[in-house]
Design a protein around this ligand. Sequence first.
Ligand code: 5GP
Length: 122
Amino acid sequence: MAYDDSNIFAKILRGEIPCDKVYEDEYALAFRDINPQTPTHVLVIPKGAYVSFDDFSEQASGEEIVGFVRAAGKVARDLGLVAPGYRALANHGADAHQEVPHFHLHLFGGKDLGRMIKPLEK
Ligand code: 5GP
């Protein structure tokens, strides 16, 4: 899937749309989700143009990947999520209901998040 630079996160990166920024460096931007699912719900996105985790993991340079992961970990620490715990999650594609085609890592925290995913019915 080709990257479409009209997506909402590309517009946020270009400063065309505002966001509630919590962190920025040369590799990543982190901002609060507009429709939070948990008391703390932050999105961390790479500065580069990658559609999803699949695209990022295959095409990004080692420097970009390390920079992004370091940034995401720092955001979680800075938000005080390490001691209580948090969830980092990336949706890719239709089965995961990815809405925005610019790779993003969700950081969820601020409450007991329960099980990771609903178990299959037996
Ligand atoms: P996805 O389903 O693609 O993994 O998640 C996309 C996330 O982006 C959703 O949680 C949604 O609430 C969030 N989102 C969509 N549009 C905007 C926006 O304009 N600003 C912010 N801050 N979050 C957005």
